[in-house]
Ligand binder design. Structure first.
Ligand SMILES: NC(=O)C1=CN([C@@H]2O[C@H](COP(=O)(O)OP(=O)(O)OC[C@H]3O[C@@H](n4cnc5c(N)ncnc54)[C@H](O)[C@@H]3O)[C@@H](O)[C@H]2O)C=CC1
Ligand SMILES: O=C([O-])CC(=O)C(=O)O
Length: 325
């Protein structure tokens, strides 16, 4: 069966890195043909058409069609996977309320269009920032879609954490298991080394406490800003790569003996307020994310998780106040 993948913000820089990977089969696997649906704002439709021409020119055997639209109802019609990348970035002088309001104007209507038009098995990954709260807005506009189908991306943070630890311990990334990002995709996120394992032993016991606290956590949490500083533009290829990883694992399952990180609607596990879209340690089984249960959380981790979850609760309360959820 051909899978329809809708990508919003398709003419943006993440879109440009993402679409070719989807069309080449890396999102869903080498046996799954795909149709791409590109959603853009009217001013960017022409640029999306240019990207579509380039996709054609790759002659990808799995790519069975490309649709381009500025109408969410059309773009999400029959969609099986939705990658919500396009968002309103914060610009100079913009207050947080303005940012949330502007994004509410994007993610509310897109959530409703998904509710009304997408396929029954729709899976949604929100990449556009503030990703967790944009996912919450979209989810609340889609009451007929099971809440668990709305997720937000913390896989880039997860991959950044793997890479930093790999460099520190001089081990290949493949030797690191059970990394976790908790909370919000923001500077308050908590990359957790107390459950991560390297060579079967707890990672936190293999690094200095100061490095963990003063280097590792802030480097991972502020990596997005460091990339903007260095590149003059935010992460694009690495963000697209993380989106591919997230959906690939969601559909195909996580490897035995390991887990990953994804922001999914909380069921109250680990004291995280029910309903907010928070990052957890997760496994994917039979096409569904499940939160890894039974981890012991010490006082240090508790404080960090609570701080990030506190920020998510503030964002939720702010969008509630604005009538966006
Ligand atoms: N969760 C994560 O780990 C990461 C999230 N991001 C976020 O991803 C988002 C996209 O980043 P870039 O591609 O670099 O931005 P970009 O500015 O290059 O592209 C965004 C695209 O979205 C389009 N767009 C805006 N409103 C739209 C709407 N209502 N419907 C459809 N398309 C719309 C714009 O026309 C533009 O082409 C940003 O919000 C960025 O902060 C970026 C990196 C990592
Ligand atoms: O701040 C941004 O736009 C980019 C971002 O989320 C990241 O790189 O983690």
């Amino acid at each position: 069966m051909t899978v329809k993948v809708t990508v919003t913000g398709a003419a943006g820089q993440i879109g440009y890195a993402l679409l070719f990977r989807i069309a080449s089969g890396q999102l869903l696997g080498a046996d799954t043909p795909v149709t791409l649906s590109l959603l853009e704002i009217p001013q960017a439709v022409k640029a999306a058409e240019g990207t579509a021409m380039e996709l054609d020119d790759c002659a990808f055997p799995l790519l069975r069609g490309i649709e381009i639209s500025d109408d969410p109802a059309k773009a999400f019609d029959g969609a099986n996977v939705a990658l919500l990348v396009g968002a309103r970035p914060r610009t100079a002088g913009m207050e947080r309320g303005d940012l949330l309001q502007a994004n509410g104007g994007i993610f509310g209507p897109q959530g409703k269009a998904i509710n009304d038009h997408a396929a029954d098995d729709i899976r949604v990954l929100v990449v556009g920032n503030p990703a967790n709260t944009n996912a919450l807005i979209a989810r609340s506009a889609a009451p007929d879609v099971p809440a668990e189908r709305f997720t937000a991306m913390t896989r880039l943070d997860h991959n950044r954490a793997l890479s930093q630890l790999s460099a520190k311990l001089r081990v290949p990334v493949s030797e690191i298991k059970k990394m976790t990002i908790w909370g919000n995709h923001s500077a308050t996120q908590y990359p957790d080394l107390f459950h991560a394992e390297v060579g079967g032993k707890i990672a936190a016991e293999q690094v200095e406490e100061e490095w963990l606290r003063d280097t590792f956590i802030p480097t991972v949490a502020k990596r997005g800003a460091a990339i903007i500083e260095a590149r003059g533009a935010s992460s694009a290829a690495s963000a697209a790569n993380a989106a591919v990883d997230h959906v690939h694992d969601w559909v195909n399952g996580t490897p035995e003996g390991d887990w990953t990180s994804a922001a999914i609607p909380s069921d109250g596990s680990y004291g995280v307020a029910e309903g907010i879209i928070s990052s957890f340690p997760v496994v994917s089984k039979n096409g569904r994310w499940e939160i890894v249960q039974g981890l012991e959380i010490d006082a240090f981790s508790r404080g960090r998780i609570d701080a990030s979850v506190g920020e998510l609760i503030e964002e939720r309360d702010a969008v509630k106040e604005l009538g966006l959820i």
